[in-house]
Design a protein around this ligand. Structure first.
Ligand SMILES: [Zn+2]
Length: 123
């Protein structure tokens, strides 16, 4: 069973592949089967684009105002080949904060809005 460590957020996962030996031979031929190797986790593997709804996973700076679980919309992807990528996210209260990829995950489509108690509106 291949074990991977995400190079973005550090999460460790194991992959369900039918032939682990073949998987290592294909992706990491110089590494012994069963070794921990780099591999993006599910939360980091999806590309984030403007307009995507995202959830804050964690914040790496202690003074961050945004808290895990907050939902927002990606309003800008700021990127350069030299300096990497950060994401501007706008929250429901119109505040904007900037995040690195490991601090965000894409909100699942059609997930229940657990915090919303609004019952008005058309069905
Ligand atoms: Zn990750």
């Amino acid at each position: 069973m291949p074990y991977t460590k995400c190079p973005i957020c550090g999460a460790i996962a194991h992959l369900n592949v039918s032939d682990a030996r073949q998987w290592y031979a294909t992706h990491y031929p110089d590494v012994p089967e069963g070794s921990l190797v780099p591999g993006k986790c599910i939360a980091c593997s999806q590309e984030l684009q403007e307009g995507d709804t995202v959830v804050v996973r964690q914040c790496f700076i202690p003074e961050a105002i945004a808290k895990p679980g907050m939902r927002g919309t990606v309003t800008a992807v700021l990127s350069s080949p030299e300096h990497g990528t950060i994401y501007e996210v706008t929250f429901n209260d119109s505040t904007k904060h900037h995040f690195i990829r490991a601090e965000l995950r894409k909100a699942p489509v059609g997930s229940p809005k657990r915090k919303s108690t609004r019952t008005s509106g058309t069905a």
